[in-house]
Ligand binder design. Sequence first.
Ligand SMILES: CC(=O)[C@@H](O)[C@H](O)COP(=O)(O)O
Ligand SMILES: NCC(=O)COP(=O)(O)O
Length: 237
Amino acid sequence: MTKLSVNINKIATLRNARGGNVPDVVKVALDCESFGADGITVHPRPDERHIRHSDVYALRPLLRTEFNIEGYPSPEFIDLVLKVKPHQVTLVPDDPSQLTSNSGWDTKANLEFLTEVLDQFNSAGIRTSVFVAADSEMVEYAAKAGADRVELYTEPYATNYPKNPEAAIAPFIEAAKTARKLGIGLNAGHDLSLVNLNYFYKNIPWVDEVSIGHALISDALYLGLERTIQEYKNCLR
Ligand SMILES: CC(=O)[C@@H](O)[C@H](O)COP(=O)(O)O
Ligand SMILES: NCC(=O)COP(=O)(O)O
């Protein structure tokens, strides 16, 4: 079964626009779980422009499904994750000023750094995932660094899918096969949507988890959150 982890960054963006607590990020996360989400993802960025450290602490004891925290492993991020102990941490190579994630790690060039960071999380019993492009060599070096899983950065797939689905998915199938051969888990995310998710799943049914935020929250404006989550779950069948 492929799990759907709902990324709630955009809920926090909306809340922060007015300074109060509307919408309530914790309530939305719990409702996502009630509506069928298998997990909740957050990506606390250094400027706290959406998810704040206080949100991460508030969510942890209340969530009933898998909690995934994504981010660049700065000392502050590492400290947060080790204190909160989510089910999974996903390392993303974003610099602080970045608008959104736009690449995976160069796991070969960063092998030593990633090995040291992953070791801390692995020792704390937190499942680890490393955000990588659909490139078998990057998957191999993520495994060498000690990652339990890789998360394939799917923005190029999402961009190319409307023009040529077969060509768009091809490098992802290769990278996914490499992960399977190495015996590590497989996640995927970024710009997955109701348009492109089912084709991704049908071609790579062994994907363990997809994390989806931007498109899912946008769809919820039209369909409502409950129906939207059900529609995304239907794409994973
Ligand atoms: C790693 C990844 O692809 C997502 O976390 C994505 O970057 C969402 O972050 P924003 O919501 O800040 O764009
Ligand atoms: N890891 C990807 C994620 O959490 C959500 O990315 P997006 O759906 O907001 O592009």
